[in-house]
Design a protein around this ligand. Sequence first.
Ligand SMILES: Nc1ncnc2c1ncn2[C@@H]1O[C@H](COP(=O)(O)OP(=O)(O)O)[C@@H](O)[C@H]1O
Ligand SMILES: [Mg+2]
Length: 261
Amino acid sequence: MSGRSFVVTSGKGGVGKTTTTANLGCALAGLGHTVVVVDADIGLRNLDLVLGLEKRIVYDLVDVAEGRCQPRQALIKDKRVDGLFLLPAAQTKDKEAIDEGQMKTIVRWLAANFDVVLVDCPAGIEHGFRNAVAGADEAIVVTTPEVSAIRDADRILGMLGSRRARLIVNRVRPEMVKTGDMLSVDDVADILGREVLGTVPDDEEIIDTTNRGEPVALDKERRLAKTYATMARRMCGEAVELPSHEDGIWGRLRRLIGSKA
Ligand SMILES: Nc1ncnc2c1ncn2[C@@H]1O[C@H](COP(=O)(O)OP(=O)(O)O)[C@@H](O)[C@H]1O
Ligand SMILES: [Mg+2]
């Protein structure tokens, strides 16, 4: 049976796509799945750093596309968690070194050989976006609860065709939501009209672990690791409830009165 392929996208840069891809990859592998995370940000590779695997790169996505190596030769196995592999981006200046057809072929091959493929999308809606989306059957749209990020997420949702797309609301600050200075997760979901796969608080631990190349999701005892594990379970179809602490007053009120409106 073929595995599932997801693109992790957003439109706007800097909202947390790469962080999300790395942590979801770790969390899914931690649940026992075989996972390949693909860095589709050609020329601006990042996922290798966030995963702390940059020193082990030999071949990359462009090498695979151009037949200089077999897909398996370009995969870097993460030694910290069983079942997690990285397909790194090339650092070439030519962002158009790969086309949609090549990307589709690569992601299809990966999905045929692994349980889950996560494609980390570059910012924007240009060539790199179309490539990253090409081979993915489903989408995870990352946004922060800010108007500019939500607007870009809305635009991206319109470009994903018939793919199932779910949201991750990143960098939520519950105290700001409480005071009405930040949109709640429910507000974001209402505006975008999509299901929320998960929410991640704004937390310095994410920045710290990212800088060290040790995604927080690797350490299963950490609170944030559990946040990513919940999302990973929901991706796999488990009926795990979202933690409710990120919601604003309206979200809590809705739940109290049992309304979905
Ligand atoms: N939940 C979070 N809390 C705090 N910092 C975060 C969070 N998510 C991402 N960041 C930080 O935001 C920056 C951009 O994240 P990144 O994943 O590279 O975004 P993108 O891939 O969308 O450009 C990084 O410095 C990262 O550590
Ligand atoms: Mg990125």
